[in-house]
Design a protein around this ligand. Sequence first.
Ligand code: GAP
Length: 469
Amino acid sequence: MTGKNKVLKTDKVFLDKMEKIVSLCKRRGFVFPSSEIYGGFAGIHDFGPMGVELENNIKNHWWRWMVQKRRDIVGLDSSIFMNPKIWEASGHTKGFSDPMAECQECHTRIRVDKVLGEIGVVADEKMSGKEINKLFDKNRDKIKCPKCQQQNFSVVRKFNLLVQSNLGDFTENNNNPTYLRGETCQGIYVNFKNVVDSTHLKLPFGIAQIGKAFRNEISPRQFLFREREFEQMEMQYFLGPEKEMEEYEKLKEYRWKAVLDLGLKVENLRWKQHENLVFYAKDAWDIEYNFPWGFDELEGVHARGNYDLTQHSQGCGKQQDYYDQNNDQRFIPHIIESSGGVGRYVFAVINDAYTEEEVNGEVRVVLKLNKKIVPVQIAILPLSKKDELTQPALKIFENLNDKFTCQYDETQSIGKRYRRQDEIGTPYCVTFDFDSLNDGAVTVRDRDTMEQERIKIDELENYLSKKLK
Ligand code: GAP
């Protein structure tokens, strides 16, 4: 992270946009703070009625691109709990850590690489303890505790991110901890052989999965960006070494196309190459999105060599290799991966779509979301609560809801209902009014232009199908 494009947390623009998005997400049922009635729970969020729809649409879009559109990629749903030896073999019990320093005055812990990044100093979690301590010492005078503003920090220590559990361990002190998975891809690696044996697939091929991951983040922050419980969408592509970098370039290109297809604005996206590679990696790039505080990681696309299956071969004592019939050769496959966080995507699409416009001297907030992923495609709104309008409007709702995702709403004034639909990004509102009783037509309002068109009820489904294509 260069920190070059970052707006500091104290910056007004950052706070304004961030506050507006967090407030909209709560107000309109996208994202709620976890356990709110008990004072919250740091680093965890709940997705509300609109959030879960948006989240599912983003996941379906990813699944479509990463599994269903591909002949060479299959899906998987592995468990959250796995044999703890997996996390030893993968290196997570020893090496999966973030650099942390503690304020000696108020005991607040800071994530050192991120704090250095915010003042424009290049640092990351892959640096050795010695390297990061040296960098931190050089910049101590520029870093204040976010809570008490003092500058009295401990040395930098590495803090393991794995979340422990006592599942199946009945000892008093949890002597044999298990772990909630820290990334979903380990479930893919340990099922590599099962997939080879149970399908017709030959190398190269990929395995994709979407699922929860857990990390004991020192300072969860920035809304959905850094959480302790989150969801990942990961695809691991297994191949021979000779094709690794060629396929890696193809995967980068493919992911870029998929992200654009999700509707994110190209000017808010960029590639960033990792400056510090882990020893086994061949290359690593991130797709970064322009979050309210500046460009930051949305997903990673990495060339990992044959590290993962080599580690598991040693860990379990059975070769996790592949027999190449054409060349009569056995080898441990190399892996290229794409790995993104669902929460970061939800955040990015909401941030990208958030628009404020002035309409008749008032501010209209509208989420100009891609129509493919909106939580609600069509809202059906009777002009008044009178039965003569609500009954036919409900009938339209039932007809359209067979084909589209619809919402029926008869509460409050039509103006307020339009604003509400704008704020959740509904592309079309269909209003049944008193004229509809005579002319058999309804008013269709476009979210983006606010233009209204009179459409015959008989032609409505056809009209909306074309619009929502
Ligand atoms: N298997 C590789 C892997 O897990 P990572 O960079 O640690 O790599 C991949 O994570 C993606 O998961 C990130 O690009 C990000 O989108 C998401 N992610 C990671 N940690 C996260 C956290 N604490 N909160 C939310 N999303 C996170």
